[in-house]
Design a protein around this ligand. Structure first.
Ligand code: PRT
Ligand code: ZN
Length: 283
């Protein structure tokens, strides 16, 4: 049995559940008790606060967990990243009031900085050889400069609108973060085997997310050119159409490549172009 810790409620919860469900795990999402069994996979889901997950995984209460890299690094717990999951992307950045002149990290020498991420901030300051006063705040960090509590802050930034609406500007990206699956460094052979199985499925799901399936009809005399345009995984499938001298071409393309090739495809007479999402991809 593999115990998988995910965030109970917050920015990571829905995506974590969706990922596990896409991997074929049947999870009861209605009740969200502390622990629930997956019905058709040897796993148990633990719903926790994200900040508690590194500790639980390090202690072996959970075997793996899904958290933001920021939370993992801030915890300083001995857990290892087994898979980058590509969602909940954000930056952990330093910001100062927008009218302050900023010429580099030396700005913070002798200044007060408010943050939730004390460890990450201290590591950054040590690396730059800067000594500053670090104030730990657990929420609404962005208001600290306005109420005179700090000269600057370090916080999570996604679109930047929170900083903007508080009259702050982002001046240093200390860390870029995404959701990751972490595990205990020493799993038993049995758990390791279940994790391998899960990771195989996770890879298939994530890989499929970056690709689309394209189908189109092409006049035979243009087939060679059209195939050259399509940046497929291997050579595309070509099937004859009922209409003479026409073929149907199927292949896989990367998510955003479609718009790069559409004009060229049309120029070579491609018609009936269909793009469909791929659910799983195993290569
Ligand atoms: O209750 P629990 O402790 O489990 O959850 P939480 O409140 O600590 O975390 P939650 O659910 O807010 O975030 C979970 C994880 O999502 C974080 O640890 C990050 O890894 C990731 N993440 C991605 C974000 C954001 N984007 C984000 N934008 N976490 C927080 N924010 C907040 C940020 O704190 C700031 O207030 O959004 C604001 C900034 O957003 P912009 O778009 O205005 O820049
Ligand atoms: Zn949290």
């Amino acid at each position: 049995m593999l115990k998988i810790a995910i965030q109970k409620s917050g920015r990571l919860s829905e995506k974590s559940i969706e990922l596990l469900q896409d991997c074929g795990l049947k999870i009861d999402t209605v009740q969200r008790k502390l622990i629930a069994d997956a019905k058709n996979f040897p796993a148990q889901i633990l719903y926790l606060r994200d900040d508690d997950i590194p500790q639980y995984v390090a202690d072996g209460v959970a075997d793996v967990g899904i958290i933001g890299e920021n939370v993992m690094l801030e915890s300083g717990k001995p857990v290892k990243v087994v898979k980058e999951l590509g969602f909940a992307g954000c930056r952990v950045s330093l910001a100062v009031p927008k009218d302050r002149q900023y010429d580099g990290p030396e700005f913070f020498e002798g200044k007060k900085i408010a943050t939730t991420y004390v460890r990450i901030l201290q590591n950054f300051l040590d690396e730059k050889g800067i000594s500053a006063e670090v104030h730990h705040i657990s929420g609404s960090v962005e208001i600290a400069p306005n109420i005179g509590l700090a000269d600057g802050i370090m916080d999570i930034v996604s679109t930047g609108s929170t900083l903007l609406s508080n009259g702050l500007k982002e001046v240093e990206t200390v860390l870029t973060s995404q959701a990751v699956m972490v595990s205990q460094p020493a799993l038993t052979a049995e758990k390791e085997e279940i994790l391998e199985k899960l990771l195989f499925r996770v890879n298939a799901v994530l890989k499929a997310k970056g690709y689309q399936y394209i189908l189109l009809n092409a006049p035979n005399e243009q087939l060679e050119e059209i195939i050259k345009i399509l940046p497929g995984m291997r050579s595309p499938t070509v099937l004859p159409l009922a209409e003479e001298n026409w073929s149907s071409v199927h292949t896989v393309i990367e998510d955003n490549q479609f718009w790069d090739v559409i004009d060229a495809l049309k120029e070579h007479g491609a018609q009936g172009i269909i793009i469909v999402p791929i659910e799983k991809m195993v290569s």
